[in-house]
Design a protein around this ligand. Structure first.
Ligand code: AMP
Length: 442
């Protein structure tokens, strides 16, 4: 995690019990991260917490360790803690960390998210797990429909990525959940950004919380190298291909504004011989997880995504974040680039800015409080790629249209039939006959 004075502290120094110190050890967590150093002692004293922490700061450990320690000390077993998350993927990752930390103590954890069979989840609830990690909507579904399930004995409530929870309009669901859980409980609220809605939520459900800010407001980590390149709109694709080629071998996330753009770009990149895969909110849950796993396993090294993927997902080894589209909300920039340079590692974030996005880019520089250097692109080299890139793009558009009309006829599935084909054969469909990457000198 981030190198600083606090790294000298050990988990034991913070009051973490031996069993859990061992669990941290076995996960390779040598020293607590900053947010852990600052939250765990207060949490162990029984305080409510409000934590402002960046993605990758180790915040899951900051709330999971105190809950597990309290569980070890408590005679109550079932439905001890509940974590609410805005996305399914984040919920799964939180549960994975709980399970990893609780492996030695027989922890039972259940994930309740949409897009997955309710009956299976009800069966898991019947096993009376210690921890429930859920998206608000699905939790409400179970609270109303699953016989024998209630959170009346809950001791810990965590609201993770609270700013996002509220953005996605879970406000009503959260209100309902708050009504059916005991008011005598500990509450931890974590958020990357502090918005008015988060402040309201804090007032509504926390008692004299200790406020912890592990990072200064909206800063990005020092190990992150941030650059921009200013390009005419018509050459965006070519610049993207140029950057990916220059940085070939890196694990990258490419952010776009729309779901369609993720698919078009991923298809285009695959046509050029890159191992790219799209992920967006439009895909089914199974496909999103499938894509994420392919990326995590290294089968694909370029994840083309919308902001759905910019938060919460625990993808430890991203070397580069490319902002193919500049976010109109500057805070999204912070979340996106938070996917790289995590846990003390270094990373690069490159923003491809066109004439229409300049205003948004200026807002970003204001928010992070610095002027960024330009990515050194050799214009002649970039433009040499233009023809092949636009041909690959044309082919991708054609394929999208084909799958689009198939879908209208009831045949296609979310327009990524083509992607499925590539992934199953492991081959790219390079109609130019030559692998793009091979044809470029390094
Ligand atoms: P989070 O911010 O909770 O999503 O955590 C980001 C990543 O950091 C996860 O892969 C954790 O397993 C890892 N992590 C959490 N705490 C530590 C620690 N103290 N030392 C090393 N890695 C950690």
């Amino acid at each position: 995690m981030e190198e600083d004075k606090e790294d000298l502290k050990s988990f034991k120094d913070l009051g973490v019990c031996d069993q859990l110190v061992e669990a941290c050890d076995s996960l390779g967590w040598k020293n607590p991260s900053k947010i852990q150093v600052e939250s765990i002692p207060h949490a162990l004293e029984g305080k409510d917490l409000i934590g402002l922490a960046q993605t990758g700061s180790g915040k899951t450990g900051a709330f999971a360790l105190p809950i597990l320690q309290s569980l070890l000390e408590s005679p109550q077993q079932a439905f001890f803690g509940c974590v609410l998350s805005p996305t399914r993927e984040l919920a799964i990752q939180i549960a994975e960390q709980f399970e990893a930390l609780g492996a030695g103590i027989g922890l039972k954890c259940v994930v309740l998210v949409g897009g997955v069979d309710m009956v299976q989840q009800s069966i898991s609830l019947g096993k009376r797990p210690h921890i429930v990690v859920a998206t608000p909507g699905r939790l409400i579904d179970h609270l109303s429909n699953t016989k024998g399930f209630s959170l009346r004995t809950l001791k810990y409530l965590v609201l993770d990525e609270a700013d996002r929870l509220l953005n996605e309009d879970f406000e009503k669901a959260i209100d309902e959940i708050l009504k059916v859980i005991p008011s005598e409980r500990r509450t931890y609220l974590f958020s990357a950004t502090m918005t008015k809605k988060v402040k309201k939520l804090q007032r509504a459900c926390l008692r004299n919380p200790v406020k912890i800010e592990a990072a200064s407001k909206y800063s990005t980590v020092d190990t992150l190298k941030q650059q921009y390149v200013f390009v005419p709109a018509k050459h965006k694709d070519t610049y993207l291909v140029y950057i990916l080629t220059e940085m070939s071998g890196s694990t990258s996330m490419v952010f776009t504004r729309t779901c369609d753009a993720t698919r078009i770009l991923a298809l285009m990149l695959r046509n050029l011989g890159f191992r790219a895969i799209p992920i967006s909110g439009q895909m089914s849950q199974t496909k999103r997880l499938g894509a994420l796993n392919k990326f995590k396993a290294g089968e694909c090294n370029i994840l083309v995504c919308t902001d759905v993927a910019s938060r919460g997902l625990d993808i430890p080894s991203v070397d580069m974040v490319i902002n193919f589209d500049i976010p109109s909300n500057s805070k999204d920039y912070i979340h996106r680039v938070g996917r790289t340079a995590r846990a003390g590692r270094s990373g690069v974030a490159i923003s491809i800015v066109n004439q229409y996005e300049l205003e948004w880019y200026i807002q970003i520089e204001k928010l992070i409080g610095k002027k960024l250097p330009e990515f050194p692109a050799q214009e002649e080299e970039v433009l040499m790629l233009a023809e092949r890139v636009s041909e690959a793009k044309r082919i991708s558009h054609m394929k999208m249209k084909e799958t689009g009309s198939k879908k209208r006829r009831g045949g296609g599935d979310e327009g990524d039939e083509e992607m499925k084909k590539y992934l199953s054969t492991g081959k790219n469909n390079n109609n130019t006959g030559k692998s793009f990457k091979k044809s470029k000198k390094y």
